[in-house]
Ligand binder design. Structure first.
Ligand SMILES: Cc1cc2nc3c(=O)[nH]c(=O)nc-3n(C[C@H](O)[C@H](O)[C@H](O)COP(=O)(O)O)c2cc1C
Length: 149
């Protein structure tokens, strides 16, 4: 059993829906999951944390959802050593935004890596245009992701 924190970055709820599905699947697999809808570095107790999973959409012109900005700003400003943390990223976007497709998920990925955290598996990118059921796709993805921990 692994203790997993799921961090949500959402504007209109899709990434939340995906996070809920990830939690459900992981709990069915007997992992201990906590959902962080307003990710906060203090609450996450980063020094003791082992595994994080981020479900984050992109808004504006490649921008982060408002609710995850303070957490990302904290990491960029303080650069805590997160080399003990393994993480995964589910990035939600829309291919019609060619230049900024899933940019926020890519940015969170880069910010975590910059702090030394180690990504497990490939980033899972969800295109709202071609994947109308993002939670269904994410359910399948997370089963193989968690096996790689
Ligand atoms: C105003 C607006 C701007 C968006 N900008 C981007 C973008 O720059 N890049 C991208 O890949 N998707 C973009 N999207 C698509 C969203 O990321 C996508 O619809 C996602 O599923 C929304 O998830 P959420 O409900 O969790 O916020 C945008 C959507 C809206 C409504």
């Amino acid at each position: 059993m692994t203790d997993i924190a799921i961090l949500v970055g959402t504007e209109s709820g899709n990434a939340q829906m995906v996070a809920d599905a990830l939690q459900e699947v992981l709990e069915e697999m007997n992992h201990d999951v906590a959902l962080h809808e307003e990710p906060d570095a203090g609450e996450l107790a980063l020094a003791e944390r082992d595994v994080m999973l981020v479900s984050c959409s992109t808004h504006g012109d490649g921008e982060l959802p408002d609710n995850i900005i303070p957490f990302c700003d904290y990491l960029k400003e303080n650069k805590p050593d997160l080399s003990h943390i393994r993480y995964g990223i589910v990035a939600l976007g829309d291919q019609t935004y060619h230049q900024t497709f899933c940019q926020a998920g890519k940015d969170v990925d880069a910010i975590l890596a910059d702090c030394g955290a180690v990504r497990i598996g490939e980033r899972f990118e969800v295109d709202a245009c071609t994947q109308p059921l993002p939670d269904e796709d994410a359910r399948e993805w997370v089963k193989s992701w968690v096996e790689q921990l």
